[in-house]
Design a binder for this molecule. Structure first.
Ligand SMILES: Cc1cc2nc3c(=O)[nH]c(=O)nc-3n(C[C@H](O)[C@H](O)[C@H](O)COP(=O)(O)OP(=O)(O)OC[C@H]3O[C@@H](n4cnc5c(N)ncnc54)[C@H](O)[C@@H]3O)c2cc1C
Length: 538
C-alpha cells in the first residue's frame, strides 16, 4: 500500500488514466508489461485457465499490480481487469526501471512485492506451463530444474500417480515416447522439449536485443557472472548476460551454502541465485537464458560473441564466467542412469527422491562433503566413496568433523565405482576397494557424483591463454612468453583478472588459480567490473 506522498511521487513516472468497468488493462502473454497503481476504484488480478479463471487477488486505492516479469520484460503471467470504473497511474517498464533506480523507498516496496508475488505464484502453481512427467525420467528432472531455476511458476501432473492422464494425453495426441511434455501457455504442446524451446515458448528472452553493441557482455550466470552483472549495471554499464542454462550455476545446485558471508544459518544456492538475479534486473542488466556462447570473434574490436540459436552479440568488453562442470565417472553405461539414479547435485529435490533409502556420494571435496551431510538427513544410510587416503587435502575442517561424527555416514577411502546396473533406473552399484581389490555389489538406487571439475572453455578456441588443465590464465599469471605468444598489443600489462586478450576478463571457477568458492566468485565479479571501466578507456 503506497502512502499519499508515495503516490504523488509515483505519478511523475507514469500517466493517469480512467478505466471502464470490465476493461482488461493487461492480459496473459502481453509483451509490454506495465504496472498499474490504483488511485480510485478496484482492479482484480486473475489467471485464466482454459474456460475458468483463477482469482489471484484484488487491488484498491494505494495498491499496485506487477511482479517479477514486469521488471524483466517477459510476457505477463496474469490478467489485470477493472472491477469498477477506476483511476490508475500506468507505469511502463522503462519508467519502472527509473523508479527502482532513482527512488530507494519506492524501490524497496516494489521489489519486495514483486519477489513475494512471484514466490506466491510459484507456491500456488499459477504459471503458464503444465509439466507432464515422471520422477523416474531424466527429461522431467531437467525441465523441472530449468523452470525452478528460472523462478518460473508451473504446475505438474505426475504420470506415475494420475490415473486419468491417458485421456489428457490422447486429447493432445501425445504418445508415451513423447514424455515429458510441457503444455505452454495453455496452447502449445512441447514434446520432450530442449531448454531453448521452453525459453522461446515462454518468452524468457523476448525483451532482449542481442545485436545492439553492449558495454559489457558476461558469459555465464553463476555467482561470479551474476555479481559482475549487479556491479556492472549498478555502475551504469549497459550489461547483457548470456547463460547456457539458467541462473545460479553450480551454486544453484547447492542445497545449503553455509560459509557465505552474512548468512549465519546458510542459504540455498537457488535462493541466492534468485536474489542476485532480481538484483541484477533491478539495475537494468538483461539476462538471456538457455543460450550458450559458442564462439568468440576476437580478431578485432568490438569483440563479438556467437550465441547458439541467436544473432552475434557485439561487446566492448567481455567477462567470461562460464565455471566448470563435474567430472564424470569412467563407467560405460553411466549416461543410461543420469537423472535416473545418478545425480550431479544434491538439492531438496533429489533428497526427496531418496528418502529412507541408501545412497552413495562419490568424491572427497567440499561439495561431496556437503552433499553427504545434507542427504544423511533424509536417507537411511550414506556411503561416501573417496579415491584418496583421507579427506584432509580438499575438504574444510568443519565438514570433516561433521562427516566423521555422523552415525548414518559410512566413509570408504581408496574406493571407486566399478559398475552400475538396473532396468530403466539405477538398482545396483558395484564398488572396488583399491587396497584389497575386493569388489562389492549393493542394492543402491541413488548415486551422487561429486568428483572434481573441468573448465567450460572449449568454446574459446584459442582466443585466450589457458593453463595445462584448460582454465583461463589472467593478470600476473600470464608470463612474458604467454603474452608474446598471444600477441598482447598494449604497453600496459594485463590487469588483475584480465586475460591475454585486452578487455576480456575471466572470473570464478573458470579462472586458473581461483578458489572455487561462492564468495571468491562474487568478489572476482565485483573486482572485474572496476577493471572493465579502466579497460574501456584503452
Ligand atoms: C553441490 C555444490 C555445493 C557447493 N557448495 C559450496 C559452498 O557451500 N560454499 C562455497 O563457497 N562454494 C560452494 N560450491 C562451489 C561454488 O558453487 C562455485 O565455486 C561457484 O558456483 C562458482 O561460480 P562461477 O560463477 O564461477 O561458476 P558456475 O557456478 O559454474 O557458473 C557458470 C555458469 O556458466 C554457464 N555456462 C557455461 N558455459 C557457458 C557458455 N558457453 N555460454 C553461456 N553460459 C555458459 C553455466 O551454465 C553456469 O550457469 C559448491 C558447488 C557445488 C556444485
Amino acid at each position: 500500500m503506497l502512502t499519499p506522498e508515495q503516490l504523488r511521487r509515483a505519478v511523475r513516472y507514469g500517466r493517469k488514466r480512467i478505466v471502464d468497468q470490465g476493461e482488461v488493462l493487461l492480459d496473459v502473454g502481453d509483451q509490454a508489461p506495465r504496472v498499474f497503481i490504483v488511485t480510485q476504484g478496484r482492479l482484480e488480478i486473475v489467471r485464466p485457465a482454459g474456460t475458468r479463471q483463477d482469482f489471484v487477488t484484488d487491488l484498491g486505492p494505494g495498491q499496485f499490480s506487477g511482479e517479477v516479469s514486469t521488471l524483466s520484460g517477459q510476457p505477463a503471467l496474469v490478467r489485470v481487469r477493472a472491477v469498477a470504473q477506476s483511476e490508475v497511474i500506468e507505469v511502463d517498464r522503462e519508467h519502472l526501471l527509473s523508479v527502482v533506480q532513482a527512488d530507494s523507498e519506492l524501490s524497496d516496496i516494489l521489489m519486495r512485492s514483486f519477489i513475494l508475488r512471484r514466490v506466491e505464484l510459484i507456491a500456488r502453481g499459477l504459471g503458464d506451463a503444465v509439466l507432464l512427467g515422471s520422477n523416474h525420467c531424466a527429461g522431467t528432472l531437467r525441465i523441472r530444474e530449468f523452470l525452478t531455476r528460472n523462478n518460473h511458476p508451473y504446475s505438474e501432473i505426475d504420470l506415475d500417480r494420475e490415473a486419468d492422464v491417458q485421456e489428457l494425453l490422447d486429447r493432445f495426441q501425445v504418445s508415451l515416447a513423447d514424455i515429458p511434455v510441457l503444455i505452454c501457455r495453455c496452447q502449445v504442446v512441447l514434446r520432450n522439449p530442449t531448454n531453448q524451446q521452453i525459453a522461446d515458448c515462454l518468452g524468457f528472452n523476448k525483451a532482449i536485443d542481442v545485436t545492439k553493441a553492449h558495454d559489457l557482455v558476461i558469459v555465464g550466470a553463476g555467482p561470479s557472472g551474476l555479481a559482475a552483472a549487479v556491479y556492472g549495471a549498478s555502475e551504469g554499464l549497459d550489461v547483457l548476460v548470456v547463460e547456457a542454462s539458467a541462473p545460479g550455476g553450480q551454486a544453484g545446485s547447492s542445497s545449503k551454502i553455509e560459509n557465505y558471508l552474512g548468512f549465519p544459518t546458510g542459504i540455498s544456492g537457488l535462493e541466492l541465485a534468485a536474489r542476485a538475479h532480481a538484483q541484477a534486473q533491478k539495475f537494468g542488466a538483461q539476462l538471456m537464458v538457455a543460450r550458450a556462447a559458442t564462439r568468440l570473434s576476437c580478431a578485432r574490436k568490438p569483440y563479438a560473441l556467437r550465441i547458439d540459436g541467436a544473432e552475434e552479440a557485439p561487446a566492448r568488453a567481455i567477462i567470461i564466467a562460464t565455471g566448470a562442470k563435474y567430472r564424470k565417472l569412467a563407467v560405460d553405461n553411466l549416461a543410461r542412469f543420469e537423472g535416473a539414479g545418478v545425480y550431479y547435485s544434491a538439492t531438496p529435490m533429489e533428497s526427496q527422491l531418496c528418502r529412507g533409502e541408501e545412497v552413495i556420494v562419490v568424491g572427497g571435496g567440499n561439495s561431496a562433503g556437503q552433499a553427504a551431510v545434507f542427504l544423511a538427513q533424509t536417507a537411511r544410510r550414506v556411503h561416501m566413496l573417496v579415491r584418496s587416503e583421507d579427506l584432509a587435502g580438499k575438504m574444510s575442517r568443519y565438514l570433516i568433523r561433521r562427516i566423521e561424527g555422523h552415525p548414518s555416514i559410512a566413509l570408504r577411502f581408496r574406493t571407486e565405482i566399478a559398475g552400475l546396473n538396473g532396468n530403466g533406473h539405477l538398482e545396483r552399484v558395484t564398488w572396488r576397494d583399491a587396497r584389497t581389490g575386493k569388489v562389492d555389489t549393493h542394492e543402491v538406487r541413488h548415486l551422487f557424483v561429486m568428483a572434481g571439475a573441468v573448465p567450460n572453455t572449449g568454446w574459446l578456441e584459442g582466443c585466450v591463454t589457458l593453463d595445462g588443465k584448460g582454465f583461463i590464465k589472467t593478470g600476473a599469471d600470464l608470463t612474458k612468453e604467454d603474452l608474446a605468444a598471444a600477441r598482447w598489443p598494449l604497453i600496459r600489462m594485463p590487469y588483475l583478472l584480465e586475460t591475454s586478450l585486452p578487455g576480456v576478463f575471466a572470473i570464478g571457477d573458470v579462472r586458473s588459480g581461483n578458489l572455487k568458492r561462492v564468495a571468491s566468485a562474487v568478489g572476482e565479479g565485483s573486482i572485474a567490473v572496476a577493471l572493465v571501466h579502466r579497460a574501456l578507456l584503452d
